[in-house]
Design a protein around this ligand. Structure first.
Ligand code: ATP
Ligand code: MG
Length: 228
């Protein structure tokens, strides 16, 4: 059921909103350091799958295993702690805290994990250099471009040394040049730190940065690893 060597695996997930089946028997897996693109038409269940894998929403049935542990066997507090310690998130827009500077935003996951401010901001600056946004460290998110803001968001997702980054349309609000640069920096940084990436996108040029594609149609994920 769980493909050998996978870090995060889902088997036969089902999730219904009212009478709308968002997931209808979806299976998925990702290995350490692997970048997997989740593709499919609008409304097919991509974001629902990502939110289930990240433990943000609970499926009606099916199992999700992370690092040998079933998410359903954990308490809400344990799942929240896991999200803080092991997962990073990048969304389409709006995920940065507007009142904080960019470097404070990047340092936030470390601060929440109890790292001292000075150490957190030092680590944050290292990631901002990697993502080529160190020059805007003192600016607030409202004062930077869309592409810069997404690179800050990627730096923040990486700063907490996650094992998995969940990215839902991370370049959806960017033009193609900025989108390509964000994808290039995200995948380079993730691969060099052995971070797995679950990347939701409907753009083939974004999916081109992945190691493997999974297509979701009508709530069912077609994953070659699960093909019988
Ligand atoms: N919170 C919700 N309440 C009710 N229905 C929902 C909710 N979230 C998703 N759905 C429905 O579940 C189905 C799958 O939605 P989901 O957001 O996972 O699709 P998606 O593939 O991410 O689409 P998009 O590419 O447009 O982001 C859709 O029919 C959607 O309308
Ligand atoms: Mg979506």
């Amino acid at each position: 059921m769980t493909p050998a060597g996978s870090l995060l695996a889902a088997h036969d997930l089902r999730k219904t909103y009212g009478s709308t089946p968002a997931l209808d028997g979806a299976s998925f897996s990702v290995h350490p350091g692997e970048v997997v693109a989740v593709m499919g038409p609008s409304g097919s269940g991509k974001s629902t799958l990502l939110h289930c894998l990240a433990g943000i929403i609970t499926p009606d049935s099916g199992t999700i295993t992370y690092d040998g542990r079933k998410l359903s066997a954990m308490s809400d507090a344990e799942r929240s702690a896991l999200r803080r310690s092991d997962f990073g998130f990048v969304f389409q827009f709006g995920q940065l805290v507007p009142e904080l500077t960019c470097v404070e935003n990047v340092a936030l996951p470390l601060r929440l994990n109890g790292t001292r401010r000075k150490d957190a901001e030092r680590t944050a600056r290292t990631w901002m250099e990697r993502l080529e946004v160190e020059d805007i460290a003192s600016k607030r998110p409202g004062e930077v471009s869309g592409g810069q803001g997404q690179r800050v968001a990627v730096a923040r997702a990486l700063a907490g040394s996650p094992k998995v980054i969940f990215a839902d349309e991370p370049t959806g609000a960017l033009d193609s040049l900025n989108g390509e640069r964000v994808m290039q920096l995200l995948t380079e940084a993730a691969r060099s730190a052995n971070v797995a990436v679950v990347l939701v996108t409907h753009e083939a040029r974004v999916a081109a940065y992945s190691d493997r594609d999974v297509t979701v149609r009508d709530g069912r994920a077609r994953d070659l690893e699960h093909a019988a």
